[in-house]
Design a protein around this ligand. Structure first.
Ligand code: NAD
Length: 409
């Protein structure tokens, strides 16, 4: 089934507005991005031929601060996906209470098919096209799926060359040598871990002991999230990547899984595990399910077969509205993406702040600040859930809507 992520985003907003009785004119005004640009990037390939790539940047809302959000390199990038992701960034930044609005960008490309040189030229080519609409006080991009600190470094270099400025705060998620922040790489996964710690305290009675976890994805977010659960008395029984998943009833050693993936390029074949598909992973009888790869993996098609008691959304938009309704009926606790994965952008804010003020904080400092910020965000969402007797998702939207409405006024 083809689910339009932007329709999902709008439906979540409308559900929350109904619960809170928000002014509908205001809701209409914040549904769509302020603007988006679509760019054409010609790329000279290593063999001398030229290929044309299509890229996007959507700027959703800047009532609370500069537009902010990642850049994704993936064959399935589309305008609707980028618009939806920029929308979620506005709400995510408001939930975690950092002074940014929402933006997102992407290029339709499979970066695995490019050489390092081609990837660099494509990254620089994208900046050549979008530089007039980005900048430290206007729109601050960051990494997302298949982009990283190295790519941010190329992009920043290109931006500074074109504009003749020294402006490290234009991009976040940079490498440390390039003005990045300590703790940014770990931040989204660790932030998810801090939120889960609070969820486990709140729902201790329903969840009981012997908690098991299945994580879809084993990229940046999933890996650090898995590491962050070390002190939570949980057993990770399943992990996956794009090639498939692995399962062990006895629990998977995360460090061994990382080493195996590093040496073989995949999780498959990890000692002591059996192979499962990504679809099977989502339906395992575990306590906590953590989608940490892609959107729209939990839909009307498979939701009835989901057995987890808690779903912690580390990917953006993993649950369709139909699946969400079913989970609510089944009293499955869904911790929404705009809260659960907001640790990354919160730390991007710390990076931006350090760049703007010429400061450099220690990792310990950053993670301590992040923990306090995530706990504060969790508390506002939980209190709102209790007040309106609604889902965590609608509660998170209500917290964000109120903050955006106040800033707009
Ligand atoms: P990543 O590229 O590091 O990892 C993505 C993971 O997903 C990889 O393990 C990959 O093998 C796996 N994957 C790819 N296609 C798959 C498929 N069809 N089925 C199952 N697994 C598949 O990306 P990331 O930075 O870890 O981001 C993961 C998710 O978290 C995305 O939805 C992203 O938007 C979201 N997110 C990331 C950040 C961040 O700071 N990196 C912040 C907020 C949200």
């Amino acid at each position: 089934m083809n689910i339009n992520p932007f329709q999902t985003a709008i439906s979540q907003l409308e559900d929350a507005a109904k619960v809170a009785g928000t002014d509908l004119d205001f809701i209409e005004a914040i549904k769509y991005p302020d603007r988006y640009v679509e760019v054409t990037i010609p790329l000279k390939m290593d063999d001398g031929t030229q290929k044309i790539f299509q890229g996007f940047r959507a700027q959703h809302n800047n009532a609370r601060g500069p537009y902010k959000g990642g850049i994704r390199f993936h064959p399935q990038v589309s305008l609707d996906e980028v618009r939806a992701l920029s929308f979620w960034m506005t709400f995510k930044n408001a939930v975690v209470n950092v002074p940014f609005g929402g933006g997102k960008g992407g290029i339709i490309v499979d970066p695995k098919e490019l050489s390092e040189g081609e990837l660099e030229r494509l990254s620089r080519g994208y900046v050549k096209k979008i530089y007039p609409v980005i900048g430290p006080s206007f729109d601050v991009p960051a990494p997302d799926v298949n982009t990283n600190g190295k790519i941010m470094g190329w992009m920043l270099d290109e931006y500074e060359k074109i504009t003749g400025t020294k402006a490290p705060a234009t991009f976040t998620g940079k490498s440390l040598e390039n003005g990045g922040s300590q703790g940014r790489t770990e931040a989204t996964g660790f932030g998810g871990g801090y939120v889960l710690r609070e969820v486990l305290k709140e729902h201790a009675v329903e969840l009981k002991d012997n908690l098991t976890v299945a994580i879809q994805g084993f990229g940046n977010v999933a890996t650090y999230f898995a590491e962050s659960t070390a002190g939570l008395n949980l057993k990770i029984v399943a992990l996956s990547d794009s090639k498939g998943g692995v399962y062990s009833e006895l629990g998977i050693d995360v460090a061994a899984a990382e080493a195996h993936k590093k040496s073989t390029g995949a999780l498959r074949g990890l000692a002591g595990t059996t192979e499962i598909t990504n679809e099977q992973l989502l339906e395992l009888p575990v306590s906590i399910l953590v989608p940490a790869a892609f959107e729209n993996v939990l839909t009307a098609e498979n939701a009835a077969r989901v057995k987890a008691k808690v779903i912690l959304e580390l990917a953006n938009g993993p649950t369709s509205p139909e699946a969400d309704r079913l989970f609510e009926q089944k009293e499955i606790v869904v911790i929404p993406d705009i809260l659960a994965n907001s640790g990354g952008v919160a730390t991007s804010y710390y990076e931006w702040y350090q760049n703007m003020h010429n400061e450099s904080w220690t990792k310990e400092d950053v993670l301590k600040k992040l923990d306090a910020l995530m706990v504060a965000a969790w508390k506002s969402v939980h209190e709102t859930k209790v007040k309106y007797k609604t889902s965590y998702r609608s509660a998170a939207y209500i917290v964000a809507i109120n903050r955006i409405e106040e800033a707009t006024k």
